[in-house]
Design a binder for this molecule. Sequence first.
Ligand code: H2B
Length: 96
Amino acid sequence: MKREVLTTEQLVVVARELPEWAIVADGLERIFEFGDFVKAFSFMTAVAMHCERLDHHPEWSNVYGTVRVRLTTHDRTGITDLDVAMAELMESLAYA
Ligand code: H2B
């Protein structure tokens, strides 16, 4: 199914519902801070299982307890509902 890039009006709602996330150059970005490397990497491992299930993968990097994330839909060059779903998923898994 072809995903549609969200409209400006839809992005306003997303920004309100995901206040920790910034909309940057057609993507959603957030920095997660965990206390240590094991917590950060455990989070990434949990998220990775869902990435495969959803066939949607973040651009991310990890330095010790910090995980920097960028979500965008490459084949649409913008933010789609899949990026929002992934951001919501990360929120639910981050500090559970
Ligand atoms: N992840 C993200 N973030 N955006 C995509 O457009 C994307 C992806 N496309 N994961 C998928 C894989 C695509 O390359 C495969 C072929 O379905």
